[in-house]
Design a protein around this ligand. Sequence first.
Ligand code: RIB
Ligand code: CA
Length: 317
Amino acid sequence: MKKRNVLIDCDPGVDDVMALLLALANRDRLNILGVTTVSGNQTLAKVTKNLRKLWTFLKLEIPAACGAAKPLIKDPLHGGEIHGVSGMDGWEFPAPVFQLESDNGIVFLKEKIMEAEGRVTLIPTGPLTNIGLLFSVFPETKERIEMISLMGGSIFSGNRTPFAEFNIYADPEAAKIVFDSGVPITMSGLEVTNKAAINDEEIKELMSSEGSVSRMAGSLLQSYTNFHRRKGLTTYPLHDVVSVMYLLNPEMFKGEDYRVEIDTSIGIYRGRTAADTGELMRHEPPNAHVLMDVDRDEFMGVFFEALKRLDESVNSE
Ligand code: RIB
Ligand code: CA
């Protein structure tokens, strides 16, 4: 079966790491052309160092580059209260030895897309600043993109404000460029990602695993639970993993085609992904397939299997 060309744009971030691990465990199906970083969960410097530390730990040479250090218009927003001061608290990684291919992530993305044999799928798991810039500076890339499977947005709630999810809220202007681009989008918003949540027992099992990748993932996730526990939660959403899992197992999900518009106002609704969900309202054709439900147990089973495969491949080297 032909592999799917993918580029991952992320802000690692604990759940970004879990998404990267799932993709890395499925390189028989995903041809990972490269990874870019963007300011989000932590500063660009920190999330880029985190990617380099992860690549060093996993002994990887997949090309990577750093992208935007701030959103298009507003000041950067970060999520240190969730992902820690480093942006990837909970595990002692080796000093980063892996070197970036470029410090211009937008040109890096453009070159990987234009050089690829066949079309490319983008997997953004952070604010959409890099993708918005890519489409603005190099619009010719759009026709080379098969689809965008992104984590972001929410139809009926928010996690950074009552109405907006963090990745969109961090850079609504960039998100508007992406959602108005005409490129096919599958949106993994909070309706589905909050259901893709790991529990304490599963984390403890990972932490006691013999495999170093599973132990690392469990330790990062244990640290990630602190914020959620303080909010009274007892399960912990693997938000970004959904955007990769959908590409591997679309049948695991239920979704709807909606017209999604990004609120770029500076008021209370800033960053909202407003969806035309009413039959009577349909003025505009849909621009996104919005995932709304997932078989959680099946999702976790596939995720744990992926970690086991990485345990074997990393430990066997
Ligand atoms: O709202 C969840 C999203 O914000 C995830 O991508 C998480 O990593 C943070 O970036
Ligand atoms: Ca993220």
